[in-house]
Ligand binder design. Structure first.
Ligand code: FES
Ligand SMILES: [Fe+2]
Length: 359
């Protein structure tokens, strides 16, 4: 009799949503760089994608990436079902209008005499290729520069682009999941940590330029079961656990970069970005790098390991309500010292949202 009303109360409270507040966070994401594809996926075959509910087409013209509205200005056909002509113009399949690298109409075949005098164009968005990924910002002035991933230029590292995966959740929820210390020992028991050691090591959290950083104390090595880690095919030692130290940073608002150092000095790094396709849908993009193990096996081993962990997270994150992070911190509960990163992350996210969505 006494437990039922209590449970009801908890569920109701967890579902409260300040729609206006949460929508601001989502709207503010337009002002930042997002990954829309891996570089190797973009050829002279145009591909469509949806970034913050904006349909875009990504294509390689003259060897460089161009990103346009996925909409022909003539009659609204999707340009992503079009064709590249002469390697440098994107042709709409309906009446054959052709657009150059800048999105300007270069040719309407029905009136070739107008070439050079046509003012029509499809909107072009700025894009950058970096870390084997294509980054796009929907607004003219990105609020922060591109995230940094220094090991990209280090020839010691083997690099893998993990196949993308779509999840039904909001992007900030996913970032919070990615950076949540205290679920490792429970949800990833036997893979990322050990259920018998659920304590969160002491750590500091601070803002540094455009990133939220954290670092554990120098002696805070974490035990990770060897079978499940990105072990790289090395001979297994007697001790079934690895010791590793990891720290990470979030390039606000969504890019997570991990540095993991094993006790023997081997290094494993990750760059992760959950791109918001809509308020409650993301595409997970991950590049993963290590400086040990067999280079020939890196692709399979790193991808398999990341997928294994992501699959454990997916069904939990997709179940969270509300899908957005509540704007009001008191709507959910936070453990002192344990959930420090989440709290600081939410506070900064909300500051950015207020700043960027000011009317
Ligand atoms: S709709 Fe694209 S050319 Fe007519
Ligand atoms: Fe996780």
């Amino acid at each position: 009799m006494s437990t039922v009303p209590k449970l009801k109360q908890v569920v109701t409270r967890g579902n409260e949503l300040n729609v206006e507040g949460e929508a601001k966070v989502y709207r503010s994401l337009r002002h930042f760089w997002h990954v829309v594809a891996y570089s190797h996926e973009v050829t002279d075959q145009p591909v469509g994608f949806t970034l913050c509910e904006q349909d875009i087409v990504i294509v390689r013209l003259n060897g460089e990436i161009s990103v346009f509205d996925d909409l022909c200005p003539h009659r609204g056909t999707r340009l992503s079902i079009g064709t590249v002509r002469d390697g440098c113009r994107l042709e709409c399949p309906y009446h054959g209008w052709q657009f150059d690298q800048e999105g300007h109409l270069a040719l309407a075949p029905q009136r070739p005499d107008l070439a050079g005098h046509l003012r029509a164009q499809t909107r072009r968005y700025q894009s950058v290729e970096k870390y084997g990924m294509v980054w796009v910002c929907l607004e003219d002035k990105p609020h922060f520069p591109l995230p940094e991933y220094p090991v990209w230029d280090d020839p010691e590292f083997h690099y893998v682009a993990v196949p993308p995966d779509d999840w039904k959740c909001s992007a900030p929820r996913r970032v919070e999941n990615y950076t949540d210390y205290s679920h490792f020992a429970i949800l990833h028991d036997g893979y990322l940590a050990d259920r018998t050691v659920p304590q969160v090591p002491p750590h500091d959290v601070w803002r540094n330029d455009n990133k939220l950083e954290n670092l554990q104390g120098q002696d805070a090595w974490v035990r990770v079961p060897i079978d499940s880690a990105a072990w790289g095919g090395k001979d297994k030692p007697e001790d079934p656990y690895l010791r590793l130290r990891f720290n990470w940073r979030v390039f606000m608002p969504l890019t997570c970069v991990y540095d993991i150092t094993f006790q023997d000095g081997n290094r494993y790094h990750l760059l992760f970005h959950p791109t918001p396709m809509g308020p409650k849908k993301i595409r997970n993009f991950t590049v993963s790098s290590r400086d040990f193990g067999d280079r020939n096996n890196a692709k399979q081993e790193l991808s398999d390991f990341v997928k294994l962990i992501y699959d454990q997270d997916k069904y939990v994150v997709e179940s969270q309500r509300p899908e957005e992070l509540p704007e009001d911190l008191t709507k959910e509960m936070h453990l002192k010292g344990v959930d420090k990163f989440s709290v600081e992350y939410r506070l900064w996210l909300l500051e950015l949202a207020k700043q960027l969505t000011r009317e």
